[in-house]
Design a protein around this ligand. Structure first.
Ligand SMILES: Nc1ncnc2c1ncn2[C@@H]1O[C@H](COP(=O)(O)OP(=O)(O)OP(=O)(O)O)[C@@H](O)[C@H]1O
Ligand SMILES: C[C@@](O)(CCOP(=O)(O)OP(=O)(O)O)CC(=O)O
Length: 402
C-alpha cells in the first residue's frame, strides 16, 4: 500500500525591521511590513513529518515528543485546513490524482533548540509544517503562496518560507491575500552576514508576542507614529542596504528598529519589558565596539537586535565574529567552551581580550551563566524537503522513539 508521507525542515528568522501589531488578529494581518534574515538550518531548525492515511481517526500533532491538542478553529487547525484545501483544488482539476486531501493527517515535529524561548520557534515550526504538507500534497512550490498560510500559524513564520533576506509585505486587502513574504535577496547575494545568538534565558517568556503586541496596538500612541512615519522608509532603506551589501546602513537601521520596537513595548499600558540588565549590557558593549571602529576611521562592525525576550542576536560580517565572541566572553564568562562551527578561532581558545581603545568601564562583568550559551550561525537557505530516512513517524504512523 502506498504511504503518503513527507518530511521537511525550515529555518528560524530574526527580524531587522520588527513586526509588532495586528490589524486583523484572526487572519494575522500586521500593522506594518517587516524584514528579516533567515538563519542557517544547519544550526537551528524545525523538522516536521506529515502523513495522510485513511485509517487515522483524526488529525494529530506531536511536538518534541509530546502530543499537542489541535484546537478547533485554532492556528494549527487553520493551517492544516488551508493546506488540505489547496490539495483538493489539485485533485478537482486532475481526477487521476489520489484523493488524499480527505484523509486525516499525523504530524510530528521537533525543534533542535529550545521551544517558546524567544528563539523564534513558532516561525520555523509553522514554516516546517507548511513545507512538509506542501511536499506531502505535491503542491506547486510557490513560497509566497505558502507564506500566506504559514502567516496564519504565526505572523513571523511567513518569512521562514524563504532563505536569505526576506520582506513580509503588510498588504492592504481585508482578506489578507496581499499580505505575504517575498525574497529581497538570496543568501548567496550576501553570505558574509553572520549571526551570534547570545542565549540570555531559555525559559518560557512572560508576555507572549501575541498578547503583548495586541496590548501595544490598543494603548500605544508611539506605535501609530512608528507604523505611519518610520517603518515605510526603513523598509525601503534596509532593502537598498542589503542589495548594495552596505553593512554600515544595514547595522544602523537594524539597531534603530530594535530600539524602537522595545520603546513601543515600554509605551504599552501596562508597560512591557523584554530586555533585562544582561541585554542592556550587551547593547553597551556593541555600542562601544562600534564607537572604537568609527573613532579609527572605520564603519559600524556589528548590529544588535532583540525580539520579545532578553536574548541578543548580533549580526556582523564573518571577519568580526572572533572579536565579538572575545568581547562577550570577557563580560559573560561561559561554563562551556565556545562551539566554533566556522573555525574562527582556528583551534585556539577564546582569551576574552578586547580591541585596543575599548573603554572597559561601559559594562560590568557578569558571573558564569548570565549568558548561558553562544550560537554562531549565518544567513541560510529556505525550507528543505528531506528523504524518507529522516522521517519522524514510524511505520505505525506514530512518533518514532528518539
Ligand atoms: N516545530 C513546531 N511545529 C509546530 N508548532 C510549533 C513548533 N515549534 C513551536 N511551535 C509553536 O510555537 C509556539 C511557541 O511560540 P512562541 O511565540 O511562544 O515562542 P517563540 O516562537 O520561541 O518566540 P518568539 O516568536 O517570540 O521569538 C509553541 O507553543 C507551538 O505552538
Ligand atoms: C518580536 C517579533 O519576533 C514578533 C514576532 O511575533 P510572532 O510572529 O511570534 O506573533 P504571532 O503572529 O502572534 O504568532 C518580531 C518579528 O519577528 O518580526
Amino acid at each position: 500500500m502506498t504511504v503518503y508521507q513527507a518530511t521537511a525542515s525550515a529555518p528560524v528568522n530574526i527580524a531587522c525591521i520588527k513586526y509588532w501589531g495586528k490589524r486583523d488578529t484572526k487572519l494575522i494581518l500586521p500593522t506594518n511590513s517587516s524584514l528579516s534574515v533567515t538563519l542557517d538550518q544547519d544550526h537551528l531548525r524545525s523538522t516536521t513529518t506529515s502523513r495522510a492515511d485513511p485509517s487515522f481517526q483524526k488529525d494529530r500533532l506531536w511536538l518534541n515528543g509530546d502530543e499537542e491538542e489541535i484546537k478547533d478553529g485554532g492556528r494549527m487547525a487553520t493551517c492544516i485546513k488551508e493546506m488540505k484545501a489547496l490539495r483538493r483544488q489539485l485533485e478537482d482539476k486532475d481526477p487521476s490524482l489520489p484523493k488524499i486531501s480527505g484523509y486525516p493527517v499525523h504530524i510530528c515535529s521537533r525543534n533542535n533548540f529550545p521551544t517558546a524561548a524567544g528563539l523564534a520557534s513558532s516561525a520555523s515550526g509553522f514554516a516546517a509544517l507548511v513545507a512538509s504538507l506542501a511536499a506531502l500534497y505535491q503542491l506547486p512550490t510557490d513560497a509566497s503562496r505558502l507564506s500566506l498560510i504559514a502567516r496564519q500559524g504565526s505572523g513571523s513564520a511567513c518569512r521562514s518560507l524563504f532563505g536569505g533576506f526576506v520582506a513580509w509585505q503588510m498588504g492592504e486587502r481585508p482578506d489578507g491575500s496581499d499580505s505575504y513574504a517575498v525574497q529581497v535577496a538570496p543568501r548567496e547575494h550576501w553570505p558574509d552576514i553572520h549571526a551570534l545568538i547570545c542565549v540570555v534565558s531559555d525559559d518560557k517568556k512572560g508576555t507572549s508576542s501575541t498578547s503583548g503586541m495586541q496590548r501595544t496596538v490598543e494603548t500605544s500612541t508611539l506605535l501609530q507614529h512608528r507604523i505611519k512615519h518610520v517603518v515605510p522608509e526603513r523598509m525601503r532603506a534596509i532593502s537598498e542596504a542589503i542589495l548594495a551589501r552596505d553593512f554600515d546602513a544595514f547595522a544602523r537601521i537594524t539597531m534603530q528598529d530594535s530600539n524602537q520596537f522595545h520603546a513601543v513595548a515600554l509605551d504599552t499600558d501596562p508597560p512591557i519589558f523584554y530586555m533585562n540588565d544582561v541585554s542592556r549590557a550587551i547593547i553597551a558593549l556593541i555600542v562601544e565596539y562600534n564607537r572604537v571602529a568609527i573613532a579609527n576611521g572605520g564603519k559600524l562592525r556589528a548590529a544588535y537586535t532583540y525580539d520579545a525576550g532578553p536574548n541578543a542576536v548580533i549580526y556582523a560580517p564573518k571577519e568580526n565574529i572572533k572579536e565579538i565572541v572575545e568581547l562577550i566572553v570577557k563580560y559573560f564568562p561561559q561554563a562551556d567552551a565556545f562551539k566554533d562551527p566556522f573555525g574562527v578561532f582556528d583551534g585556539k581558545g577564546v582569551t576574552g581580550k578586547v580591541v585596543e581603545g575599548f573603554n572597559e568601564a561601559v559594562a560590568k562583568p557578569f558571573g558564569v551563566g548570565a549568558v548561558k550559551n553562544l550560537i554562531h550561525t549565518r544567513v541560510g537557505d529556505g525550507p528543505r524537503t528531506l528523504g524518507a530516512e529522516e522521517s519522524l513517524l514510524g511505520e505505525n504512523g506514530l512518533p518514532k522513539r528518539i
